[in-house]
Ligand binder design. Structure first.
Ligand SMILES: Cc1cc2nc3c(=O)[nH]c(=O)nc-3n(C[C@H](O)[C@H](O)[C@H](O)COP(=O)(O)OP(=O)(O)OC[C@H]3O[C@@H](n4cnc5c(N)ncnc54)[C@H](O)[C@@H]3O)c2cc1C
Length: 490
């Protein structure tokens, strides 16, 4: 591990913005409003920001120069990857004070070592490019999510992203072996190791994972690879009880020697939205079930076909009345079609209208109860409100979204009721011992709720770490860390 400060290569006599324009050149600097516009609005189209300029460095030394200039001039920096954040984490504030720092030009795969099972990718590398590079070396990077065509390694690290394989491989934190990052004073933390064990005290790598750009700019990551999955079995299951789904998960895990890595839940009305809004999709089962599950099990070439054990276990579950029906994809095309139904959920929901969105987790064994009791409570307090809970049931994490009553003006309903709905859902999840942010982070949109429910000790520790590493508060201000409460007047 090495922290170094590269030699300053900046002209010192200019104003900071002019210096940066000169240092980065036209490919790396723009303040043209039209070019910046698409990157100043969040993925869900709710939050608009402004910036002094959009900076697109191509090397770690350029990133370090930018951060040092910004630190000296106390100019805020907002790091941005694919801008797919669900909590508007990568959009600057509307005051227009900040520099938007895009990592998208830093997209090289620096190395891949099959012997170490490690791939080193730059921060702007898109997740699907990492998948392709690993596959070309008969390996796999086992983290995937619906935004894989846009989300970048830097963003995935900085949000500690989850996705659809957490059940077996964990979140980004468990897949990052090392990081290279520019810290808020412009020094470079060179922690890009392939070490599996490293006990040199506080783990800066883990501190940067999930830091949402508030402690520095991630410029590259060494990522853990696993052997390629030679065979996969993908099933779609229909059932009427979410509690039965969890019983099914445990049965499938033992029947398939723990090769189940995806266990996602989609409610009937969620599947309806996908079928209505996403062209080319069709219902995989003839009956309509209250709940649907997408299940994937994988195995290396040397192991038994996971499709056989999965098929047998699902047949037994139908026989036992645990589930209503199931189908296993007979080809890769069919497998992709089933995946598309799950991965299109957010997009279909977005097309259908706005919703109060919540990304919550509770203990896996409590999730069925939580979904039922929270729905009852929301419907009792907000007449006609429609709950749509879907997602990573196997991890105890669902997107618990609440839509306006049918026929209502959904934007007006959200404006008048949204905050109260969110407070209720977050109170319920907190009372159930869960988290108000399972995988999307805090960003801007959950800041007030994090301040309300984060807990005194947790928030104080976060603020202390932030001010130790970023004393001038230039790194992504207004995200993740709620401002310290004002002192009571004497
Ligand atoms: C359709 C869809 C499905 C999704 N599904 C999932 C899912 O299943 N699981 C999940 O966890 N998330 C999911 N997300 C959310 C999102 O994809 C992840 O949060 C992802 O990690 C963001 O990557 P990004 O490159 O777009 O980051 P951005 O949105 O650009 O940034 C996210 C945060 O990271 C910071 N950041 C970005 N790059 C850097 C860097 N190099 N250094 C320091 N800070 C940086 C930003 O400042 C911001 O705070 C989904 C999003 C969409 C649109």
């Amino acid at each position: 591990m090495l922290v170094y400060a590269p030699a300053m290569t900046m002209p010192a006599d200019k104003n900071p913005i002019a210096s940066l324009a000169e240092r980065l050149g036209p490919r790396g600097f723009t303040d043209d409003p039209d070019t910046m516009a698409p990157w100043l609005i969040d993925w869900r189209g709710r939050i608009n920001g402004r910036a002094r300029a959009l900076l697109s460095p191509a090397t770690v030394d350029e990133v370090a120069d930018i951060v040092r200039v910004a630190a000296a001039a106390r100019i805020p920096i907002v790091p941005q990857g694919g801008n797919t954040s669900m909590v508007a984490g990568a959009v600057p504030s509307p005051d227009g004070d900040a520099l938007l720092l895009s990592l998208r030009r830093m997209r090289a795969i620096r190395s891949l070592s099959p012997a170490d099972n490690v791939l080193v990718a730059e921060a702007g590398c898109i997740l699907s490019d990492v998948h392709d590079a690993a596959e070309a070396a008969a390996r796999r990077f086992p983290l995937s999510l619906a935004a894989k065509g846009s989300a970048t390694i830097g963003g995935l690290v900085s949000t500690n992203a989850g996705g659809t394989q957490v059940l077996r491989f964990g979140t980004m934190r468990s897949l990052v072996l090392g990081l290279e990052a520019v810290l808020p004073d412009g020094s470079v933390f060179d922690g890009l190791t392939a070490l599996r064990k490293d006990n040199r005290g506080y783990d800066l790598r883990q501190l940067l994972c999930g830091a949402e750009g508030t402690l520095g700019v991630v410029t590259a990551a060494s990522l853990r690879l696993v052997p390629a999955a030679a065979r996969r079995a993908v099933a779609w299951v229909g059932l009427d009880s979410a509690q039965n789904a969890l019983d099914l998960l445990r049965k499938l895990e033992s029947a398939t020697a723990e090769s189940v890595e995806t266990f996602e839940i989609v409610p009937a009305d969620g599947l309806d939205l996908v079928l209505r809004h996403i062209p080319g999709t069709r219902a995989p089962l003839s009956g309509r079930y209250r709940w649907n599950l997408l299940v994937e099990a994988t195995a290396p070439a040397s192991a038994a076909d996971p499709g056989e054990s999965l098929g047998e276990a699902l047949a037994e579950a139908i026989e036992a009345g645990l589930i209503g029906d199931a189908t296993i994809a007979a080809s890769e095309t069919q497998a992709e079609d089933l995946w598309r139904l799950r991965e299109s959920m957010s997009e279909a929901e977005r097309i259908d209208g706005v919703a109060a969105k919540h990304d919550v987790s509770v203990a896996v064994s409590h999730m069925a109860d939580f979904m039922a009791s929270a729905r009852t409570e929301v419907e009792r307090r907000f007449a006609g409100a429609r709950v749509l809970a879907f997602g990573h049931l196997g991890d105890g994490n669902v997107h618990f979204n609440v839509r306006a009553p049918a026929g209502a003006d959904d934007r007006a309903w959200l404006a008048s009721e949204g905050a109260a709905v969110t407070e209720l859902v977050h109170d319920l999840v907190t009372a159930a011992g869960g988290s108000i942010s399972a995988e999307h982070g805090i960003g801007q949109t959950k800041l007030a709720e994090f301040a309300r429910l984060g807990g005194t000790a947790r928030l104080a520790a976060l603020r202390a770490i932030k001010s130790a590493l970023d004393p001038h508060g230039i790194m992504n201000p207004g995200k993740l860390i709620p401002l310290a409460p004002a002192r009571a007047a004497p």
